[in-house]
Design a protein around this ligand. Structure first.
Ligand code: NAD
Length: 332
């Protein structure tokens, strides 16, 4: 297939070029631009577009793509909340994704955020580099025996639960479809209000859907333990950021680790180091000493990038040869 990849960064090109050795039937052109209504015209003459988490795959964009002959949208990620699946179905555009490229990559990143926030590594690193070896303000807590709430116990949530079980944590879970693997691991499935109320650490691993939009809102924050640590590596809009900022200011929330942010599009994946951050809410978040933000890098491991490139090219090959693919995404 002739494929146009949007939102390309150097690592995408590096891993896809390597994977093309196994798929000489495909041809990929790379553009840095995000897919949106203006850039959709670039896809003229291509069979497929390959997109990422912040590309705009709304109805209008899909209509434009279809008018130009595009018949496949290949997501090089697991989440598909940015795609209008109903419109794609009506327009005869197949949508494929990479459901589980490396749950370890994201789960381990969530744990990295926990360890860094708890032991204040981000602060200690800067302090020591400036010759300040004082320990004042660096007290953490043992993870052993703490209660960890896992919201969404699918591929990533399960690996996360396994790691936290290794630290000796008590595990609470919430999922619309509980996992037997997690139950065997000792995850106790409880109603959401109980998970909010009993957890010392809460980690979000559910997809963004109408049901999970602002799942962590002001009411949820009120129900949480004072000093709770909140970790989000799922999708930004699962959290109402303003409610979390209020929780941080009141001291109700003790730590926040975010790899995703509800208004991340246009900011994350960009180098804005010589510019003013245009988003006041994000700018406020970055002022808290107990908040750690990474720019959606949970997936960014060698193994995950290899798997993403391989599965995406295999998805396209399956569609081209059989018209079918196990990784098709259907409207809910
Ligand atoms: P998955 O489909 O294996 O698991 C998701 C789980 O969430 C499922 O068990 C599902 O039943 C559950 N769920 C669905 N709706 C729910 C609800 N309303 N309440 C509670 N649970 C609900 O997906 P996964 O591979 O584990 O990925 C989870 C999410 O992580 C993705 O949807 C994506 O948004 C995010 N993600 C982030 C990164 C990153 O780089 N930060 C990378 C990959 C995935």
């Amino acid at each position: 297939m002739k494929v146009l990849m949007f939102s390309t960064r150097p690592h995408d090109q590096q891993y896809f070029q390597a994977a093309l050795a196994e798929h000489p039937e495909h041809e990929i052109a790379y553009v840095e631009a995000k897919l949106n209504l203006d850039t959709a015209t670039l896809a003229l003459g291509y069979d497929a577009v390959c997109v990422f988490v912040n590309d705009d795959v709304s109805r209008q964009v899909l209509e434009k793509l279809q008018a130009q002959g595009v018949r496949v949208v290949a997501l090089r990620c697991a989440g598909y909340n940015n795609v209008d699946l109903t419109a794609a179905g009506q327009l005869g555009i197949a949508v494929v994704r990479v459901p589980a490229y490396s749950p370890h990559a994201v789960a381990e990143h969530a744990v990295a955020l926990i360890l860094c926030l708890n032991r204040k590594i981000h602060r200690a690193y800067v302090r020591v580099r400036e010759g300040n070896f004082s320990l004042n303000g660096l007290i953490g807590f043992d993870l052993m025996g703490k209660t960890v709430g896992v919201v969404g116990t699918g591929a990533i949530g399960t690996v996360f639960a396994q790691i936290m079980a290794g630290f000796g944590c008590r595990l609470l879970g919430f999922d619309i479809s509980p996992s037997e693997t997690c139950r065997r691991l000792g995850v106790d499935y409880v109603p959401l209000h109980q998970l909010w109320g009993e957890s010392d650490i809460i980690s979000l691993h559910c997809p963004l859907t109408p049901d999970t939009y602002h799942l962590v809102d002001g009411r949820a924050v009120e129900q949480m333990k004072k000093g709770v640590m909140l970790i989000n590596t799922s999708r930004g809009a699962v959290i109402d950021t303003q409610a979390v900022i209020r929780g941080l200011k009141s001291g109700k929330i003790g730590y926040v680790g975010l790899d995703v942010y509800e208004e991340e599009a246009g900011v994350f994946f960009e180098d804005l180091s010589d510019k003013v951050i245009p988003d006041d809410v994000l700018a406020r978040l970055l002022t808290f000493p107990n908040v750690l933000v990474t720019g959606h890098q949970g997936f960014l491991t060698h193994e995950a990038l290899q798997a993403i490139a391989h599965t995406t090219l295999q998805n396209l090959a399956d569609l081209a040869t059989t018209g079918k693919c196990n990784n098709l995404v259907h409207p809910q």
